[in-house]
Structures are given as C-alpha cells and as structure tokens.
Design a protein around this ligand. Structure first.
Ligand code: DX5
Ligand code: ZN
Length: 221
C-alpha cells in the first residue's frame, strides 16, 4: 500500500500581492509544508524573494517552511532565512564550495538540512553526506521557473535516491520538485518519494481539491 505523500505547495505560483492570505488558504486546504523558492538571478535565471518576505508570512501559518535556496554562494544567507522562520533549508551542492560544511551549519542553526539535485547533477554526492541530510530533493525540471514539464527520467533518479537512503538507514524525506501534477504524483511515490512540491498544479482552481488529488495515489488523475 502506497504511503500518502506530504504536499508542499510552492508559493512561487501564488498571488504575490496577497501572500499572507495565500499561505493561510494553503493551510486550510490541507497543505503539509509551505515550499518557498528563493532565487538570486545568478544561480538561476530568475529572482524571487528574500528573508524579509519569509518573515512577513511566518505569522500567517504554523506549517513548516521548507525553503529551497537557489542562491550562490549560499552560506551567507543561511542564518537570515533561519531567523526569518525557515524550518528546512535546502541547498544545491553547486551553490557553495563545501556542501558538507553547509549542511552541518544548517543543522547547527537548528534547522533541517536538505540537499537538492538538479536533473544533470549525479547522486554520488549524496553517498558522501547522507548522514548530514534530513531531506533529499530531486528536481524534476531545471530550477528557475514554475510551470515546466516534468522530466520522466526523474523517476529513475528518485528510485536511486531511495535506495541510497535505505541502504544508509536514513530516515530523510525524499521530495520531488518541478512539474508535479496528479498525473505523475503516484509514480513519484511509487518510486520512493514521500514529499511532493507543486506550484502551478495546486494554484490552478480549487486548492483543497488539487492537494487531495496529489495525495490520492494511482487512478486519481
Ligand atoms: C523551480 C522551483 C519549483 C517550482 C515548482 O525552480 O524549485 O518549486 O516552483 O513549480 P511547478 O509545480 O509549477 O513546476
Ligand atoms: Zn523548489
């Protein structure tokens, strides 16, 4: 029996003019975590938001803030996002010179540490730092924009990450991000994911119905 994944809507697809309200609506709709995409216009070709915005929306929900940092260098920003209310800080191995140190620093700050793999980034890094991660995020699109199409090769990578985590006896979450819809959510879970990020899919139409559809599993599409 497939487990029910955690649903982590990305506020990248929300109405930025009503961010507090959007976050409250996501909590009411059954979201598990709030996924916050931070982009610097350098590591990825887009700019989104900084710690002041995270701080501004923090009082609007008690849900964990899952902050995906697409920023390089990333180390100088960890403390500010943690202070702003991030519960999970996820970093790309390419975004700082010493990912082992970065992951240790995140835990030192009292946050959960996430490691993110772009479609072109091999999972070999995970073998080296598996004891330092609380979450592994497999990107199923290249980072930078919402609304892209899910890359099917990601399913194989999710399964490979699952076996590395299981072999290491790790209880880390395995999350997928990019182009997730009710048409591929069940396949992600079957491959071993337990947390799904979704932007466009959640915000198009009824939030609660969309979140339920992502949780529903095979046949729900
Ligand atoms: C892409 C971001 C994703 C993105 C997901 O760089 O990390 O979180 O916003 O959006 P959708 O679900 O629309 O692909
Ligand atoms: Zn993201």
């Amino acid at each position: 029996m497939a487990l029910t994944p955690l649903i982590c809507p990305s506020i990248l697809a929300s109405d930025f003019a009503r961010l507090g309200e959007e976050v409250r609506a996501l909590e009411a709709a059954g979201a598990d975590w709030i996924h916050v995409d931070v982009m610097d216009g350098h590591f990825v070709p887009n700019i989104t938001l900084g710690p002041d915005i995270v701080k501004a929306i923090r009082p609007h929900t008690t849900l964990p803030f899952d902050v995906h940092l697409m920023v390089a260098p990333v180390d100088p920003w960890l403390e500010a996002f943690r202070a702003a209310g991030a519960d999970i800080l996820s970093v790309h191995p390419e975004s700082g010179p010493h990912v082992h140190r970065t992951l240790g620093r995140i835990r030192q700050l009292g946050a959960k540490a996430g490691l993110v793999f772009n479609p072109g980034t091999p999972l070999s890094v995970l073998e080296e730092v598996v004891d330092l991660v609380d979450l592994v995020l497999i990107m199923s699109v290249n980072p930078g924009f919402g609304g892209q199409t899910f890359l099917d090769a990601s399913l194989r990578k999710i399964a490979a990450a699952r076996s590395i985590l299981d072999r290491a006896g790790s209880a880390a979450h395995l999350q997928v991000d990019g182009g997730v819809t009710s048409a591929n959510a069940a396949a992600c879970v079957a491959a071993g994911a337990d947390a799904l990020v979704a932007g466009s899919f959640v915000f198009k139409g009824d939030y609660a119905a969309n979140i339920t559809a992502l949780k529903a599993g095979p046949g729900a599409a």
